[in-house]
Design a protein around this ligand. Structure first.
Ligand SMILES: Cc1cc2nc3c(=O)[nH]c(=O)nc-3n(C[C@H](O)[C@H](O)[C@H](O)COP(=O)(O)OP(=O)(O)OC[C@H]3O[C@@H](n4cnc5c(N)ncnc54)[C@H](O)[C@@H]3O)c2cc1C
Length: 403
């Protein structure tokens, strides 16, 4: 491991790195790679070794829908071909319907002049492909190591790791997830609320094919998504109030399949088999600001959102592009890349864009929770209008695609 900016505490400190990224999930790993490819000297610190992805293993339970904007970024980083060729499932259609009124919205890739609307991919696959690329790009991967201390001097920030090593960098990127310890260390608070809901996830086999369609049924208890996998199965994200999530997690497979069949309105027929299940607590947690001194937040450390729009990681990857562009412009203009006025530019841009998206997803969840008959009727009418009128529908499709 090179010495640049990374030293045992007992040794004299070397000059600072350009950027130290803390957290090597999908977003942090993409940030480290994007910044290294842009010519910055980068270290990536993670408390855990990333889980290995192997084709012969069962699909990772955590999958995400990547929007076209995310695919473009991963492609520009040289990571997309490895993900696509390993196991990515393109979907051409998205069908959303309201359990109460039957109103539906449908999006087709062909209407947007594209082959697919997006791809369903496993978290571990994306993370492993990115990590494999990091070494080639010259990123110093410091793992496993947790950050336990943070200090700042005039020209650098310094991270103290749990093994006693120190990392000095002009910019520190906190990409250490929704509970971000680094966010707390630099004194940034959060706002938002717990949904008192959990997302129950599993991969299921259905009697009817998924037709390369991402299905989502809005029930008063929360949305149920069935996302198409490449092997013909569907990956479910079933949002339920906490107690109900506990109940369905405790059902045996047969009872679970029956309950899921009813919740999906048997749109893909009977649920024939279900694999391992897991449940994630859902919350809206937004950082009050994205910058403090030489540190910026990105990914879930900055914004943990409801999964109903399938946009969490896509927002994080847009943060990555914005940060890279901000740092490149500062460097090209001969400025200190870690100066507050430089980092504030990134923070303002992404803070407002993500805030609008996060509260829109939140509002959408509330609208589908309405039970009063006039409001339910208005919701059905609204959905039918949007579906029928291209000038209303197209901006939604474009926004979801990250355009
Ligand atoms: C049920 C569910 C379904 C979802 N579906 C979608 C979807 O369809 N589309 C979508 O875009 N998003 C989806 N999301 C959201 C998506 O999974 C997250 O937005 C994304 O994984 C966040 O990535 P991240 O890299 O910011 O954080 P994380 O993946 O949480 O990574 C954080 C990293 O930081 C490391 N770390 C933590 N503490 C420290 C420390 N002290 N020192 C060093 N390292 C540390 C961790 O080890 C980890 O590797 C879903 C989420 C849930 C819960």
């Amino acid at each position: 491991m090179s010495d640049l900016g990374l030293t045992p505490s007992s040794r004299r400190r070397a000059g600072p790195l350009d950027v130290a990224v803390v957290g090597g999930g999908m977003v942090g790993a993409a940030a480290a790679l994007a910044l290294a490819r842009a010519g910055f000297a980068v270290a990536l610190v993670d408390a855990r070794e990333p889980a290995a992805w192997r084709a012969e293993d069962e699909l990772d339970l955590r999958v995400v829908g990547l929007a076209p904007s995310s695919v473009l970024l991963l492609d520009a980083l040289g990571a997309w071909a490895g993900i696509r060729d390993a196991r990515a499932s393109g979907y051409e259609h998205m069908a959303v319907w309201d359990a109460e009124t039957g109103a539906a919205l449908r999006f087709d890739a062909a209407d947007e002049g594209r082959d697919v609307l997006g791809y369903i991919v496993e978290n571990t696959l994306v993370q492993s492909v990115l990590w494999r690329a990091l070494e080639d790009a010259g990123v110093q991967c410091v793992v496993p190591a947790a950050v336990v201390g943070y200090t700042e001097r005039e020209d650098r920030a310094q991270l103290e790791l749990d093994d006693g090593r120190l990392i000095a960098a002009r910019v520190v990127v906190a990409a250490d997830g929704a509970d971000s310890p680094l966010r707390a260390m630099v004194g940034i608070d959060t706002h938002g609320h717990d949904y008192a809901q959990r997302g129950v996830v599993a991969h299921v086999t259905t009697a009817h094919p998924h037709e390369r369609t991402a299905w989502q049924r809005f029930l008063p208890s929360g949305p149920l998504a069935l996302l198409p996998l490449g092997d013909g199965r569907s990956s479910i994200v079933w949002t339920l109030p906490d107690a109900e999530a506990d109940r369905v997690m405790g059902l045996d497979d047969e009872a679970f399949r029956d309950a899921l069949g009813v919740a999906s309105d048997f749109r893909l027929g009977q649920i024939l088999s279900v694999g391992r299940r897991a449940a994630f607590p859902l919350r809206l947690r937004l950082a009050d600001r994205y910058q403090s001194g030489r540190t910026v937040l990105l990914g879930d450390a900055a914004h943990a959102v409801h999964p109903l729009a399938g946009q969490g990681v896509n927002l994080g990857l847009r943060d990555v592009e914005a940060l890279r562009d901000t740092l490149v412009s500062a460097r090209d203009a001969g400025r200190d890349i870690g100066a507050s006025h430089v980092l504030r530019r990134y923070a303002r841009r992404r803070g407002s864009a993500n805030g609008i998206d996060a509260w829109s997803f939140d509002a959408l969840g509330r609208v589908y929770g309405w039970t009063s008959p006039p409001l339910v009727a208005a919701r059905g009418l609204g959905m039918r209008l949007v579906n029928a009128l291209a000038p209303l529908k197209r901006p939604l499709a474009r926004h979801a695609a990250g355009r």
